[in-house]
Design a protein around this ligand. Structure first.
Ligand SMILES: Cc1cc2nc3c(=O)[nH]c(=O)nc-3n(C[C@H](O)[C@H](O)[C@H](O)COP(=O)(O)O)c2cc1C
Length: 306
C-alpha cells in the first residue's frame, strides 16, 4: 500500500505470518528514468516471506523495462497494479483506468511475463464503474497472457474504498480462471477472512487496511485457517511495543526525519479505539524524532490505565 507497506511494515507483517507481502506501488516509468526515490521504495525485501514488487503504468514496453530494473531488488514476483483509483494515476491511463481496456491489461501482463523469469501477478478492481464491470474479462485476458495469480478488490473505481465489497464478482472471477484468485476488501478479522473464502471460493485473502496497527491479524487468520484457537490479542503495552518496534525499524531503514514524517500516518492506526483519541492524534501528528514515538506510547498507556 502506497506510503504504508515499506520494508519495515512488510517485515512486521511477515513476522506475524503473512504468506507474502507486496511493495508500495512504484511507477515503471520512474524506474526507467532512474528516479532514486522510486528505487528507495523497493529496498529491504520481504522479511523472510515471499515479496512482490508492484509496478504501475500503462505502456507494455515501459512496464517490461521497469520489471527488468526491479529485479535488482530481488522480488519473488512482479505484480501489476490495475486498481489504484487516484486521478494522478488513472489520468495517465494506469491503475484502475486499465479496467476500461481488458485487452491492454493482457498485453501488459504478456510484456512483463516475457521480460522477466518470475511469476507475474495482477491486482485489479471489479471494474471502472457499474457500467463497466470488466473483472471477469480482464482476469481471463490476464490469465491467457501468463498471469500466475489474480488479486481482486471487490469494488469499482467509482466506489473507491467505502461501500461494502461485492463478493459476487470475486466468485465470478474464481469461476472464470484456473490460476489462484485472491479476494480482497474489508477483511479486519479472522471470521471475515473465513467468510470471504467461503462466500467466493477464492484461494486466499489479501489484507490491507485491516492489518494497519494490527499486524497480529495475520496470525489470527492463520490460526483460524488451521482450525486452531485464535492467539490472544496483545494487550496495550505489547501493542505500543510493536508500534515502537515498527517506527524504530523505519528510522533505521530511511533515516529518522523521513521515517517520523511517515510515522504520523502509521502511528494513529495503533491508537484505534483508545481513550484520549484527540490528544493521541495530536501527539501522533507531531512526531518528529524517535523519542516522540516512545512518548506517544507512554501517553497512550497513561490515558488508558496501562
Ligand atoms: C492508503 C492506501 C494505499 C493503497 N496503496 C495501494 C497500492 O500501492 N497498491 C495496491 O494494489 N493497492 C493499494 N491500496 C488498496 C489496498 O491494497 C486494498 O485493495 C484496498 O484497501 C481494499 O482492501 P482492504 O479493505 O483490506 O484495505 C491502497 C489502499 C489505501 C487505503
Amino acid at each position: 500500500m502506497a506510503g504504508l507497506s515499506d520494508a519495515s511494515a512488510r517485515r512486521l507483517m511477515a513476522s506475524y505470518g503473512a504468506a507474502y507481502t507486496v511493495s508500495e506501488m512504484v511507477s515503471a516509468k520512474a524506474l526507467c528514468y532512474g528516479d532514486k526515490k522510486t528505487a528507495a521504495l523497493l529496498r529491504g525485501g520481504g522479511g523472510g516471506a515471499p515479496f512482490g514488487i508492484q509496478l504501475f503504468g500503462s505502456e507494455p514496453e515501459i512496464m517490461a523495462q521497469g520489471a527488468v530494473l526491479a529485479l535488482k531488488y530481488r522480488p519473488d514476483f512482479i505484480d501489476i497494479n490495475m486498481g489504484c483509483p487516484a486521478p494522478k494515476i488513472t489520468g495517465g491511463g494506469a491503475g484502475s483506468a486499465l479496467m476500461r481496456d481488458p485487452a491492454l491489461c493482457g498485453r501488459l501482463v504478456e510484456a512483463v511475463a516475457k521480460a522477466v523469469d518470475l511469476p507475474v501477478t495482477v491486482k485489479m478492481r471489479k471494474g471502472w464503474d457499474d457500467s463497466a464491470v470488466t473483472c471477469v474479462e480482464t482476469a481471463r485476458r490476464c490469465e491467457a497472457a501468463g498471469a500466475a495469480a489474480i488479486a481482486l478488490h471487490g469494488r469499482t473505481r467509482e466506489q473507491m474504498y467505502t461501500p461494502p465489497i461485492d463478493p459476487g464478482c470475486i466468485a465470478a472471477v474464481k469461476a472464470a480462471v484456473s490460476v489462484p484468485v485472491i479476494g480482497n476488501g474489508d477483511v479486519t478479522s479472522a471470521a471475515e477472512a473465513l467468510a470471504l473464502l467461503e462466500q467466493t471460493g477464492c484461494d486466499a485473502v489479501m489484507i490491507g487496511r485491516g492489518a494497519l496497527g494490527s499486524p497480529w491479524l495475520f496470525a489470527e487468520v492463520k490460526a483460524a485457517l488451521a482450525g486452531e484457537p485464535l492467539p490472544p490479542r496483545p494487550g496495550l503495552r505489547q501493542r505500543m511495543a510493536v508500534m515502537c518496534r515498527q517506527l524504530y525499524s523505519m528510522c533505521e531503514e530511511k533515516g529518522e526525519e523521513a521515517a517520523m514524517r511517515q510515522a504520523r500516518t502509521q502511528a494513529p492506526y495503533y491508537m484505534k479505539g483508545l481513550r484520549g483519541a484527540a490528544q493521541l492524534r495530536r501527539a501522533a501528528c507531531g512526531l518528529t524524532v524517535y523519542r516522540d514515538a516512545e512518548a506517544l506510547a507512554r501517553l497512550a498507556l497513561e490515558l488508558n490505565g496501562g
